[in-house]
Design a protein around this ligand. Structure first.
Ligand code: PMP
Length: 408
């Protein structure tokens, strides 16, 4: 057996480089069911870091449904949807989503990442133009790269620049792609205006509703519905507000037919396991029920309250949203403030380049319907203390940061 000495490994210098730039990442250890309280590296904290906006990940009915589906359909799907993995429960979930979203057809993907990569690269090719927001998620960026189309990245939500790009001619097809609620900023894309521009210039609109699906719009249909817009291609995830896993793409019959024929991240991968699909079906039943409405109203109230507390206590002026960026700038300082928050019992993860543009590191607070007003007050108080300490304490300078921001 060959034993490798760390000092000759080809990877160590890259790791050293990441550490030196305060961009080194590690995976915190989570245990138990992640709800309003989460156990991070053995320590309990109020959870402001998950996308479990409606608190459904631990819902007893969804857990039960998972077990039922596993009993009925088995532990695994055993093959791609296109070979032997297309079970009745997959089809039932697709029918449910189509009815919920008011579209002709839908198709499931194993994750939102797979959906964006597969759909964009499956529909678009070298003779096409893709117009993409500069803050779009990595999965959209990677889909654009794989499509090999001409890609124009426009400044965040800048409609003039979208129109400038759409004026260009000589392409087989044009696609404008945007998130609806932006994952790291919590703001909303101007979907009505984008839809009008797409109609004017003969382009298709693709909207990633990962952070709006289940949270906004009637019955949690998403932001597009709330704004009265029907994008040609709607993508949403099941691993965030729905508390389970996977993603869907919704649209016309022909769109879904082409995706099934072209999306490599659907064709060449094992279908999502029945347990996950059964769980997602139950989750969407809750999302679309009066219980879902009640959870959404609690979340909306929490968004407003957190927003006012941040302004009152810290003069932080953000939009009321379930995703709240607390901008810091420097990566090291961000991670040290995050560590101090954990020490005070608040889990708000630091977000750095390349997830967000360089120099815009931040704490990303995500709110849940289950947070109480006392939780929100505690979060803001702890954050305030962490900010003050960071300003006064020399160990909270960028150069002296221990990267293990949530170590015990
Ligand atoms: N799109 C957006 C906007 C996201 O934030 C994410 C996940 N962070 C994804 C897609 C990918 O979804 P999933 O986690 O299901 O792969």
């Amino acid at each position: 057996m060959v034993s490798l000495r760390a000092d000759i490994s080809p990877w160590t210098s890259d790791i050293g480089d990441l550490k030196q730039k305060n961009l080194y990442r590690h995976m915190p250890n989570i245990s138990g069911i992640p709800g309003r309280i989460i156990n991070v590296n053995g320590r309990e904290a109020l959870n402001f870091s998950s996308n479990n906006y409606l608190g459904l990940a631990g819902h007893p009915k969804i857990i039960e449904a998972t077990v039922r589906s596993v009993r009925e359909f088995g532990a695994g799907s055993t093959a791609s949807r296109l070979i032997a993995g297309n079970t009745e429960i997959h089809r039932e979930l697709e029918r449910f989503i189509a009815e919920w979203k008011g579209v002709e057809a839908t198709v499931l993907f194993g994750s939102g990442y797979q959906a964006n990569v597969g759909v964009i690269s499956g529909l678009m090719g070298p003779d096409d133009l893709i117009v993409s927001d500069e803050l779009n998620h990595a999965s959209i960026i990677d889909g654009c790269r794989l499509a090999k189309s001409r890609v124009i990245v426009y400044p965040h939500s800048d409609l003039n620049r979208v129109e400038d790009a759409l004026r260009l001619s000589g392409f087989r097809r044009k696609l404008v792609v945007t998130e609806s609620v932006f994952s790291m900023d919590g703001d909303r894309a101007p979907l009505q205006e984008m839809d009008s521009l797409c109609r004017k210039w003969g382009a298709s609109l693709m909207v990633d509703e990962a952070h709006a699906s289940g949270v906004l719009g009637p019955h949690g249909q998403g932001l597009a519905s709330e704004m009265g817009v029907i994008p040609e291609i709607q993508m949403g995830t099941l691993g965030k507000a729905a508390g389970t896993s996977g993603a869907y793409v919704a649209g016309s019959k022909s769109l879904i037919e082409l995706i099934v024929n072209r999306a490599r991240s659907l064709i060449y991968t094992t279908a999502a396991p029945p347990g996950t699909i059964g769980a997602a079906l139950e989750a969407l039943k809750i999302v679309t029920s009066p219980e879902g409405d009640e959870r959404r109203s609690r979340l909306a109230r929490n968004n407003e309250m957190f927003n006012s507390l941040l302004y009152q206590e810290l003069s932080i002026d953000t939009l009321p949203s379930h995703i709240v960026p607390v901008m810091i700038g420097d990566s090291g300082r961000t991670m040290s403030i995050s560590a101090a928050c954990i020490g005070g019992g608040i889990f708000a993860h630091g977000i750095r380049f390349p997830t967000v543009p360089e120099g815009t590191a931040r704490l990303r607070f995500t709110l849940m319907s289950d947070h109480t007003h006392t939780d929100l007050k505690k979060a803001v108080n702890i954050l305030k203390t962490a900010f003050e300490n960071s300003r006064n304490d020399p160990k909270f300078t960028a150069s002296a940061i221990d990267h293990a921001q949530v170590s015990t």
